[in-house]
Design a protein around this ligand. Structure first.
Ligand code: DON
Length: 619
């Protein structure tokens, strides 16, 4: 999206010079107070893993130590999450993976896999509306009618089949073992189960496992084994996704869905196929940034943001000042307006190429007034703006990252949408998602994340719902001292994921912050509607917030940031892993590098994992 040598547009055409001078002084106000510091990210030379849960990170690390590559480690981590992190880890949901691996014959291979859920064959545009056309409360959020066809079983397998190195059963084994022998309920799991009690209690199947103590979750310290899930994982290890999508687990899903008013069938599961998609790659600040394309909006929103910021000289403005915050808000306002056009790549109203077209980004960046917030009401999407100008053309999730000693790196985000998905637990597969709420289920009405979405994202059989998940890999291939540095990041937080991921990226690539500090720093968010700039406590000094209010922004202090996890490979070959201190998360590195490969039953090389957990220090 960036043309090499692009110069930031001059601001003088947009505001009088006098006003600019006064504003420049106000915009250079001191940065916000320092964030509470986490310990620095651990470092090692054998690889790195970060995920939402310590058991899962340990599974990834074990896989690296057994000679697995980053893909093996990522898949092993994701499968372990499906056992020990039931709020978001899953076999009953979906997600996206981005990989960058050493290519045969030199160079790098970049690929992205879409294993996003799809609408069941029986889905209709009006399935969440009553006879009067009004949304039926919770219909797209609770119970199996809210569930899309799970993409994870076929997705994890396809990712491994194309890019993994260890035998498949070896990659599934840590998850199977955790399900069979059990894992201990920690404070985080206990807390989220307690918080979701009312939703979970609606389904006896769910309550039997997760609310066994007279309607209360298992106490902290309880060991939970999930034998039916262990049997599913054993069968999956033996014969791949068929064991799930064409076997007893699919029949169990169909039966549970029918019992509770859903339309999901075993045939839906059997028909699902993951899709390899072209990653969205942009250049900014001397880095290449690869993101997920449709049906995720993540790569496009991040690419548009970086394109607008670079054009308007964001990096030259003072850190922590109102000028940077204003430009971020204005760029996001425009990027989320364009998001309105997006949906399944088969029905989308715009493509990544159109929205990242340099001429479009020039126009978008030029429309930012440095002295005034634009009201969201006056910002249309690309199609409506073009039409107005007379032109011819007519929002619970978990992220993990893994890196191996050969330079391979993976960013993988997977989700059930809401915490514990639609709240219906099926013993053989785990929680079913409520991803259907990511469609525009009631046109013009905000979804779970307040996102207003367009016709391209209406419900239709087989369609994939638009996502905000943003697995991202950025690398520096310039000539400087950071040449060869690679970062893989992503996160949870619905519509906040792209804005939060891009801020972490900017802290790293523009401001050169240490990895953990870049995650710790309080963040901002704007998503077009509501027309409001959300700031985490500490993100804006009071006088900076006052300047932004004078510019016309409604500033709301709110602690609901996304949670971003990241791994990084430094130019010398050292790895770092860092979890978001907002928790939960566990980051670990491997030391020393594993020796060549070993298969199932191979002796594990000596290793010294350093796991750093964040149990959720901040709410
Ligand atoms: O795909 C999406 O954009 C959402 N279903 C992601 C949900 C999410 O991040 C929930 N986590 N807090």
């Amino acid at each position: 999206m960036n043309r090499a040598g692009h110069r930031p547009r001059r601001l003088s055409a947009l505001a009088p010079a006098v006003a600019l001078a006064a504003l420049a002084a106000a915009l250079a106000l001191p940065p916000r107070p320092a964030a509470p510091a986490s310990p620095p990210a651990p470092r090692g030379t054998g690889g790195a893993v970060v995920s939402g849960d310590a058991y899962a990170t340990e599974a990834g690390l074990e896989t690296l130590a057994a000679g697995g590559n980053a893909v093996d480690a990522a898949v092993a981590t994701a499968l372990a999450l499906a056992v020990t992190f039931p709020e978001a880890g899953n076999l009953g949901g979906g997600g996206f993976a981005l990989v960058r691996l050493p290519a045969e014959g030199g160079g790098w291979e970049l690929a992205s896999l879409d294993f996003r859920e799809a609408a069941p064959a029986a889905a209709t545009r009006t399935m969440y509306l009553d006879d009067a056309g009004e949304p039926v409360p919770d219909a797209s959020l609770i119970g199996p009618l809210a569930a899309g066809v799970p993409g994870s079983p076929a997705g994890f397998h396809a990712l491994h089949a194309r890019h993994g190195r260890l035998p498949w059963p070896r990659v599934v084994e840590p998850a199977r073992r955790l399900a069979a022998s059990g894992f201990v309920v920690g404070p985080h799991l206990h807390r989220v189960l307690s918080g979701a009690r009312d939703r979970l209690a609606r389904f006896p199947e769910t309550a039997a496992v997760w609310l066994p103590e007279e309607g209360a979750p298992p106490p902290v310290g309880t060991r939970i084994a999930l034998p039916a899930l262990a049997a599913t994982l054993a069968a999956y290890a033996g014969s791949g996704p068929e064991a799930i999508v064409a076997g007893p687990p699919a029949a169990a899903v169909e039966a549970a869905s029918r019992r509770h008013g859903g339309v999901l069938t075993a045939a839906d599961l059997a028909a699902y196929e993951p899709a390899w998609r072209e990653p969205v790659v942009v250049g900014a600040y001397g880095w290449r940034i690869a993101g997920m394309g449709l049906p995720s909006s993540g790569g496009i929103v991040i690419g548009q943001t970086l394109g607008m910021l670079e054009r308007r000289g964001w990096a030259e403005l003072p850190r922590g000042g109102a000028g940077r915050a204003h430009l971020l808000a204005e760029a996001w306002r425009r990027a989320y307006a364009d998001r309105y056009l997006l949906g399944d790549p088969a029905t989308t109203g715009a493509t990544a190429a159109e929205l990242l077209d340099p001429a479009w980004l020039d126009a978008r960046a030029a429309s930012i007034d440095p002295a005034r917030a634009t009201t969201s009401r006056t910002v249309g999407d690309r199609a409506s703006e073009r039409a107005a100008a007379g032109a011819a053309e007519g929002t619970e999730t978990t992220h993990l990252s893994a890196a191996d000693a050969a330079g391979g790196i993976v960013a993988l985000t997977t989700t059930l949408n809401d915490l514990f998905g639609c709240a219906l637990w099926v013993d053989e597969i785990g929680f079913l998602n409520d991803e259907m709420d990511d469609f525009a289920t009631a046109p013009g009405r905000p979804n779970l994340y307040g996102l207003i979405q367009g016709e391209a994202n209406e419900v239709g059989p087989g369609k994939r719902m638009l996502s905000s998940m943003s697995p991202t890999i950025a690398w520096n291939d310039g000539p400087g001292e950071r040449s060869g540095e690679v970062v893989a990041l992503g996160g949870r937080g619905g519509s906040r994921i792209p804005t939060n991921a891009v801020q972490v990226l900017l802290h790293l690539i523009v401001d050169g912050e240490p990895l953990q500090a870049a995650l710790d720093r309080p963040r901002l968010h704007h998503q077009w509607f509501p027309d409001r700039l959300d700031a985490e406590p500490g993100a804006l000094a009071p006088e900076t917030a006052a300047v932004l209010e004078r510019l016309g922004h409604e500033v709301r202090v709110a602690g609901d940031a996304a949670k971003i996890h990241a791994v990084r490979r430094l130019p010398g070959g050292t790895f770092e892993a860092a979890a978001d201190p907002r928790g939960p998360g566990a980051a670990a590195v491997l030391e020393p590098a594993p020796s060549a490969c070993c298969g199932l039953g191979g002796a594990e090389p000596e290793r010294e994992p350093r796991v750093q957990s964040h149990p959720g220090a901040r709410p």
